[in-house]
Write a protein that binds this ligand. Structure first.
Ligand code: SF4
Length: 418
């Protein structure tokens, strides 16, 4: 299940997808920092749940997207098969296993699935949220990504999470017991109230569970509304007033220097334990790099279904609008229609910038030749002068990658590369 960490240097042209993302927009409760497209509470379970119609609509969209890929690139037998299927959310582990099985089977029938394809399901650790890993494995799931976030009860409470540290351990044990091949844990740093010591505690407890992959994300507190992402065809839902108040308070409690220190602590610890730091926020044991996320960073073409989901064919990036009701209505119509959304063509200088930014996120970096046209040349020279980029040799050619300092300050470099 290895994945070649090589940068794709083909000129951009529309290509059939090698990965498929499915957005499952339900959670038991909504965390106040979360910007994902999520419907929670009565929408997610109980007599008024809107899950069943959405699950039906996902299958209809999958069929329509596959029809379009067939029309553009020919029948499934003559195309590359998917190397990754990713059920993200939201909390896809709330899905009944037979719905997961339907999705996996339909993806295999309509897009083709490599025999060793990575098939990921995101899960929350709580006993009423993690679902039945045994049944998920029978449905085809071979990788789970568990939203641990912290092993400190007070931090979990502050983040609005419903689970305890013991639940995380139980979820990992359940995944292992079910024979899930690869287990990821997500952790958050720069959490208000978090200290260097409590971060070390979360890292130590995560490592004690022996996951195969760790994603360590800084808590980011954006406002999708002011960024213009919540309109009729926007890919985000509006932030509730309560969540906005929570974020304002949390923002005041965040500390850039503490966050940088936390990142360095994790980098050093995981390096001494032999983990592969293959992307700014991601570490893996050998052969457990996330094939799906690598498809994003290496600008490989991927298809996507579900409210707010983004797809890319090598040139066009398109997204579905976030609102669930119009999404379900379009796909339940007779005949069904593709849901509303947006699209943009990424070509020329924009494609070169995006290619450099995404590839620099990985430890494979970029060939030095990519540092040539402006504005890349000046930005990369700035990055080298500022100690954010270093050159290295691989297979007889010179490449550039982020330094440790570059990982910390990557956003400053990326803003100049656009
Ligand atoms: S559980 Fe995850 S997806 Fe759901 S609201 Fe919380 S952060 Fe968002």
């Amino acid at each position: 299940m290895g994945y070649p960490l090589t940068v794709d240097v083909r000129p951009p042209e529309p290509s059939p997808p090698v990965a498929l993302y499915v957005h499952v927009p339900f959670c038991v409760a909504r965390c106040p920092y979360c910007d994902f497209v999520v419907y929670a509470g009565a929408d997610a379970r109980g007599p008024r749940a809107r899950t069943s119609r959405l699950f039906d609509a996902l299958l209809v969209e999958l069929g329509l997207r596959a029809d379009a890929v067939d029309a553009a690139f020919g029948p499934v037998d003559g195309r590359p098969r998917l190397s990754s299927l990713y059920l993200g959310g939201g909390t896809p582990s709330l899905m009944p296993a037979d719905r997961v099985e339907q999705l996996v089977a339909m993806a295999a029938a309509r897009f083709g699935l490599d025999p060793d394809a990575e098939i990921t399901l995101e899960a929350n650790p709580g006993p009423d949220e993690r679902g039945d890993f045994e049944a998920f494995r029978r449905a085809g799931i071979n990788r789970v990504s568990i939203g641990a976030q912290s092993f400190v009860p007070e931090e979990l409470r502050r983040l609005g999470r419903r689970h305890s540290p013991a639940d995380i351990a139980a979820a990992v044990a359940a995944a292992r017991g079910a024979g899930i091949r690869s287990v990821n844990l997500d952790l958050l740093y720069d959490v208000p109230g978090q200290t260097e010591a409590s971060w070390r505690q979360s890292l130590a407890e995560a490592l004690a569970l022996e996951p195969d992959h760790l994603s360590l994300y800084a808590l980011t507190l954006d406002d999708p509304e002011t960024e213009g992402l919540t309109g009729e065809t926007g890919d985000h839902l509006a932030t509730t007033p309560g969540a906005r108040r929570w974020r304002e308070k949390a923002l005041a409690d965040q500390d850039e220097d503490l966050a940088a220190g936390q990142y360095e602590i994790a980098s050093e610890l995981l390096e001494t334990r032999g983990w592969h730091h293959y992307e700014i926020s991601n570490w893996a044991r050998p052969d457990h790099e996330s094939r799906h996320n690598l498809a994003y960073w290496l600008r490989r073409p991927y298809e996507a279904i579900g409210p707010g989901a983004h797809a890319f064919d090598g040139v066009i990036r398109r997204w579905n609008a976030a609102a669930m009701e119009p999404y379900v209505a379009a796909l339940s119509a007779s005949p069904p229609e593709l849901p509303a959304g947006g699209r943009e063509s990424i070509e020329g200088a924009a494609a070169l910038s995006e290619r450099a930014i995404l590839s620099l996120r990985t430890d494979d970096g970029i060939p030095i030749e990519w540092a040539d046209p402006e504005p890349l040349r000046s930005a990369i020279q700035w990055g080298r002068d500022a100690g954010l980029l270093e050159s290295f040799e691989r297979a007889g050619s010179i490449r550039l990658r982020l330094t440790v300092r570059g990982n910390l300050l990557s956003n400053e470099l990326f803003a100049r590369l656009v």
